[in-house]
Write a protein that binds this ligand. Structure first.
Ligand code: SF4
Length: 694
């Protein structure tokens, strides 16, 4: 905190939007935030910030904020404002009563990647120690859970390998299924700077993202693949590298499991993986596939950055492993300028995963079957922990519809708008006997809630966020919580109401507990974070100042594991009734379901979601630019305005999901990743037709 002379002061904190995690300084006058400026010492952003971080903070004091707890006996009744004690006692009584009737596994919780590490940690502790089960999942389930699975399997750690700064050393940069200039703008600028300096770019994306044609940045290759063929394309690239002997045998011999590599090499050499065999399926010419493979393999340093266009598929985990295979094959791991780098969507996706809010893992990615890890938590918490994994989010919804799952504590996550197949989600939420929503606004999910616990914005609390490069940064309280409680206090008090004693008085004590129980966080404390500004985990005895580059001497799992990546087509097929493939993404000025960005003073930001459609497809359907169009899939239908665009290829349409009125997820299906159940948002077969204005 810097005193600027009463009544002015400023507070250094961290942006609560995307996974870049920019350091920001909130400047206050008369205790009102009047400006957000990028913090010049912020290592993730080096003095830069985008429009969201700088200008979209007004939502914190928007008139829609709910600051008083509310309860109701049934969702047909109006809300009743009550005090905190009554709301928490009501919740505790309902949860206890449900468990008494239906068993301890009948309730669970969803944690938020918008909340701090400390807050997420408390929710998973409440579930394991208070609810007595492992029914805790994170909203990362629907975005980067395949990253966790794929990178843990191949490299041994569920996280990106590099610091953002490492891109300055890259000679060839692959951007796959990500749109950094829109979704991760400050990193996007850094990446562009390196491209302007001469690094070569390969874009693998069905859509012609801005980077492909950015001034002075022409992509060497744009692999405009058909949605759903990521794994086939990755296999084709690997096939060329092996066939043309472009791989780094010395690296493989020194660093990787030789038996797994030998088996994988036989698999990938099969002619079925050749570019010529896959060009029709993928929609990318064999010549382009071969050129891209040669460029990637011949670089001194080649780095891969990827996003939800890789993970949100029925083969999301396979694609992540395919990316890791490519990096190991060419020796592009373990030093600056290389690596496998997931670009995380939300500010604390990495942290929410690190903190053990998965139904099968304790904090630090330790599986529940790890007896030593489980015993450590049992001793610290004074409870016994069920070794059986709990329910994932989609399993919770299915069990709710079946009447087996009846109580849900939902921390800062609007599942009714963000999760796929909205009608199924709404049916599940409507089946619950006690839905508790903790949020700053009365969101779409709250329509089905019995308890609303007002949350706090990032300006109202202390804690930490962990960004996409594993960087833990401080969040500092700028103003008191409008509701009187920060989210960690709400969870603590709910735990106490349930008889699960928690006596923390500051998030620093929670971080001390996390550090004591989580080897990768063992050296993290607020004092050190204040001293260094931020720390990249692992931060422990072996790396007291953190770890910018992972897997330097050896992989975390020991030897890198080449994974077999069979291409299995998605079940979502186009046919005469649903001839187009819908894929989704974000725009720069909006953020996810728009709860915050739609509540900013700048009305220019309130643009609607549009359906991008190629002129050829539009002409066939008599659709002109700006027309209203109906979009129908196998599970639902919605209406948007059409935007004719050359960014999408014929046969593919694209939209964003920032506005509740668009209900884009009404049409997305329940198909999901085979390993993690991450929904297949990126491939939905649809029909599009011109309709009258709604
Ligand atoms: Fe915030 Fe991301 Fe923009 Fe940085 S790039 S200011 S973290 S939204």
């Amino acid at each position: 905190v810097i005193e600027l002379g009463a009544p002015r002061r400023s507070v250094e904190t961290t942006c609560a939007y995307c996974g870049v995690g920019c350091g920001l300084r909130a400047e206050l006058r008369d205790e009102q935030v009047v400006r957000m400026v990028p913090w010049k010492d912020g290592r993730a952003n080096e003095g830069h910030a985008c429009v969201k971080g700088r200008f979209a903070y007004g939502y914190a004091t928007h008139e829609d904020r709910i600051t008083t707890p509310m309860i109701r006996d049934s969702i047909d009744e109006p809300w009743r404002e009550v005090g905190w004690d009554e709301a928490l006692a009501f919740t505790a009584a309902r949860f206890s009563e449900i468990q008494a009737r239906h068993g301890r596994n009948s309730i669970g919780a969803i944690t938020s990647s918008r909340c701090t590490n400390e807050e997420v940690y408390l929710v998973q502790k409440l579930v394991r120690a208070g609810f007595g089960n492992n029914n805790v999942d994170t909203c990362a389930r629907v975005c980067h859970s395949p990253t966790g699975y794929g990178l843990k399997t191949t490299l041994g750690e569920s996280a990106g390998t590099q610091a953002f700064a490492s891109v300055a050393q890259a000679d060839v940069i692959v951007v796959m299924g990500a749109n950094p200039t829109e979704a991760h703008p400050v990193f996007g600028s850094r990446l562009k700077r390196r491209l302007r300096e001469g690094a070569q770019l390969i874009v693998i994306d069905p859509r012609r993202i801005e980077l492909v044609d950015a001034p002075h940045v022409q992509a060497a290759f744009h692999l405009a693949l058909r949605p759903g063929t990521n794994v086939a394309v990755l296999n084709a690239l690997a096939h060329v590298i092996v066939e043309e002997n472009l791989h780094d045998q010395a690296f493989i011999d020194a660093r990787c499991d030789s038996a797994a590599f030998a088996q994988w090499r036989e698999f990938i050499r099969d002619p079925m993986h050749s570019p010529e065999a896959l060009e029709e399926l993928s929609g990318v010419s064999a010549q382009t596939l071969r050129g891209a493979a040669r460029l990637y393999a011949s670089a001194g340093n080649a780095a891969i950055y990827y996003g939800l266009g890789v993970t949100e598929h029925s083969q999301g985990s396979t694609a992540v492993m395919g990316i890791a295979n490519l990096a190991m094959l060419t020796g592009n791991l373990g030093r600056e300028g290389v690596g496998v780098n997931p670009l995380r969507g939300q500010n604390n996706v990495q942290g929410s995963c690190d903190m053990g809010s998965f139904p099968h893992e304790l904090p630090g990615y330790r599986h529940l079957s790890d007896t030593a890890a489980r015993s450590q938590f049992e001793a610290a918490w004074g409870v016994s922990i069920d070794p059986e994994p709990g329910l994932r989010i989609p399993n919770m919804f299915d069990a709710a519809v079946d009447g087996q799952f009846l109580g849900l504590y939902c921390q800062g996550e609007d599942v009714a708008q963000s999760d796929p197949n909205t009608e199924h989600v709404e049916a599940a939420l409507a089946s619950l006997e006690c839905l508790v929503v903790q949020d700053i606004f009365l969101n779409e999910t709250a329509r089905f809630a019995h308890v609303f616990l007002p949350g706090a914005s990032f300006l109202e609390k202390d804690g930490t966020f962990t960004n996409a490069e594993r960087r833990i940064s401080r969040v500092r309280q700028v103003m008191p919580p409008l509701s009187g409680k920060a989210d960690w206090e709400v969870t603590r008090d709910l735990a106490n109401a349930l008889g699960c004693t928690m006596d923390y008085t500051h998030p620093e004590q929670i971080m001390a507990e996390i550090a004591a129980l989580t080897p990768t966080f063992a050296g993290v404390n607020y004092e050190l974070l204040d001293e260094y500004g931020s720390l990249q985990w692992p931060c422990n005895e072996g790396a007291p100042q953190g770890t910018p580059t992972m897997h330097v001497e050896q992989f975390v799992r020991g030897q890198g594991l080449f994974a077999i990546t069979d291409f299995i087509p998605t079940e979502e097929r186009v046919n005469r009734r649903f001839p187009l493939i819908l894929t989704t993404g974000r725009i720069l000025s909006q953020y996810n379901v728009g709860a915050q960005t739609r509540r900013t003073a700048n009305t220019a930001w309130h643009a609607q979601d549009l359906l991008e459609i190629h002129a050829e497809d539009a002409q066939q359907r008599g659709i002109a630019d700006g027309d209203w169009v109906g979009i129908e899939s196998r599970v639902g239908a919605t209406v948007l305005r059409a935007q004719l665009s050359e960014r999408v290829r014929p046969g593919v349409v694209y939209t964003t999901f920032h506005h509740p009125v668009s209900r884009a997820n009404v049409v997305t299906t329940e198909n999901s990743d085979w390993a993690t159940n991450c929904p297949e948002y990126k491939v939905t077969a649809v029909q599009v037709s011109r309709v009258n204005a709604p």
